[in-house]
Design a protein around this ligand. Structure first.
Ligand code: SAH
Ligand code: SF4
Ligand code: F3S
Length: 468
């Protein structure tokens, strides 16, 4: 019972049949791929699908770019420096292509959805033979067959964005997995390119999401992160369901220990979601809640649809319902028209909330977005100075926040060990995202431990394992 449109099952089947035919050609030749991913978790997730398809088509994963037979860059365009870097990266493959004419160089992802970009890439780089957008990944078998047949292919999104279910996946991480719940975005924040390159928001069905989470957890995954540009608007396009209901539905999946989600948009984080976070035992006590600015005029011009006071009210309610909750955020400085006084409002908000971490950006004009056409652009050096000031404040707040953790106890998912200086120094996160370092055996990585905090360090915490 959904309104979301799906790519017909027969079409997915057709692509998989093509994959199986390619396998007979590719597998005996021991060909390898190398996928390099830029940008956010959406792209990381898409790369897992791309790798899954390549694997099913007979490729194996190469250890290095230099030895690969197929190199693919999955691109991001949320800020401007990416394009120059990508062009450099593509140019650098010219010699490798000359040495190995059978090498396939491909470029995909968000940047390829920008107007005219796919054509520009093919024209400028004769050694690139494959270009595709964000919503046509399911057609990769068909594109690959054409490229192997000597064609140059450029395929960007079809008008009518639909969801492709049932594609193969290759996920590296054995403990954690990302799961899409929505694709695209309807919010049109005035600075943001994402709605233009990823299309309108569409939600997967609750049943499809649950089936995927169950399968992952049956295979050893214990931590799931639900992904959407705005998870709180999940199911707005469906006849039933909501984000709060989804959290409750997934909470009891067997073997699941940690349920995370990102990003939350403050305009849609309602009381039902707060209740669902507070009452479901596996939902982690961390919310990534991008604020972008602490000033109401700027928030309005950004089209964020909440005020500073409303944002602070959500923080207050969540803290009241879930005492050990931590918040992380995204902030943009130097949005058009941001005066020094308006910027001070952002500083005072950061001071007031006490984020566990803040991802901070200097505003970067994106062609086609409303803010890029605003007349009162802020000079680069002003943005740079504001960014430094904001970052210095956040460093101080992180140290302050860490000091509260002395004596704190909780379960940590061990993510790794300090391979460079001391292998017996393990690190991992509490459910609320705080990172702790503690001594232990490196073969414990990917398992859980109960850890008490002994003292804070600058960016993290130092602790010891308790209860063996
Ligand atoms: N959907 C997510 C974030 C997507 S982009 C959300 O709404 O939270 C990740 C972050 O990049 C944004 O939160 C914003 O802080 C930053 N960002 C997006 N466009 C930007 C731009 N044009 N210039 C600078 N930062 C930008
Ligand atoms: Fe961009 Fe805003 Fe959508 Fe996030 S919510 S992806 S910032 S338009
Ligand atoms: Fe993500 Fe960058 Fe695309 S932030 S959605 S990979 S433009």
């Amino acid at each position: 019972m959904t309104n979301s449109k799906y790519i017909p099952e027969e079409e997915i089947q057709r692509q998989m049949t093509l994959c199986d035919a390619l396998y007979k050609e590719i597998h005996p030749r021991h060909l390898t791929f190398f996928v390099e991913t830029f940008g956010c978790q959406m792209n990381v997730r898409d790369s897992e699908t791309i790798k899954g398809i390549l694997f099913r088509a007979g490729y194996s994963e190469s250890e290095s770019k230099e030895t690969a037979d197929l190199i693919l860059f999955n691109t991001c365009c949320v800020r401007d420096h990416a394009e120059k870097r990508l062009m450099g990266n593509i140019g650098a493959l010219r010699e490798q292509k000359e040495a190995n004419p059978a090498l396939i160089v491909g470029i995909c992802g968000c940047m390829m959805q920008q107007e005219g970009m796919a054509k520009k890439i093919l024209k400028r780089f004769p050694h690139v033979s494959l270009v595709f957008g964000t919503n046509v990944v399911f057609r990769l078998p068909q594109m690959l067959a054409a490229v192997l047949g000597g064609e140059r292919v450029a395929l960007t999104n079809e008008e009518d964005f639909a969801i492709a279910e049932g594609l193969p996946q290759l996920r590296d991480n054995v403990r954690s997995a990302f799961v899409n719940i929505t694709f695209g975005c309807n919010n049109y924040c005035t600075y943001c390119i994402v709605p233009f390159v990823r299309g309108r928001e569409r939600s997967r069905s609750m049943a499809d999401i649950r089936t995927e989470v169950e399968a992952l957890c049956a295979n050893g995954i214990t931590e799931i992160t639900l992904l959407g540009q705005n998870v709180n608007s999940y199911a707005n396009d469906l006849e039933e369901g909501s984000f709060a209901e989804l959290l409750t539905l997934l909470n009891d999946v067997s073997n699941l220990k940690r349920l995370r989600f990102m990003s939350s948009h403050p305009k849609d984080l309602n009381d039902d979601v707060i209740m669902a976070i507070a009452s479901n035992s596996h939902v982690c006590h961390h919310v990534h809640l991008p604020v972008q600015s602490g000033n109401d005029t700027i928030l309005k011009r950004m089209n964020r649809k909440y005020t500073r006071a409303q944002y602070l009210e959500i923080i207050r309610k969540l803290r009241a319902a879930v005492p050990d909750i931590e918040f992380t955020t995204d902030i943009i400085v130097g949005f058009p028209g941001e005066t020094e006084e308006m910027f001070r409002d952002t500083l005072s908000l950061v001071e007031e909330v006490g984020f566990a971490a803040a991802f901070t950006f200097a505003y970067s004009p994106r062609v086609g977005t409303a803010a890029a056409a605003m007349h009162d652009q802020v000079p680069e050096e002003v943005k740079k100075r504001r960014l430094q000031e904001l970052n210095a404040l956040q460093v101080r707040k992180t140290v302050e926040n860490n000091a509260k953790y002395i004596g704190y106890e909780g379960e940590v998912l061990i993510e790794g060990c300090d391979v460079r200086t001391d292998e017996t120094l393990l690190y991992g996160k509490y459910p609320n995202i705080k990172m702790v370092y503690f001594p232990g055996n490196p073969d414990r990585v990917n398992t859980y431990a109960k850890v008490r905090v002994l003292r804070p360090s600058k960016n993290s915490l130092i602790g010891e394992e308790i209860d063996g």
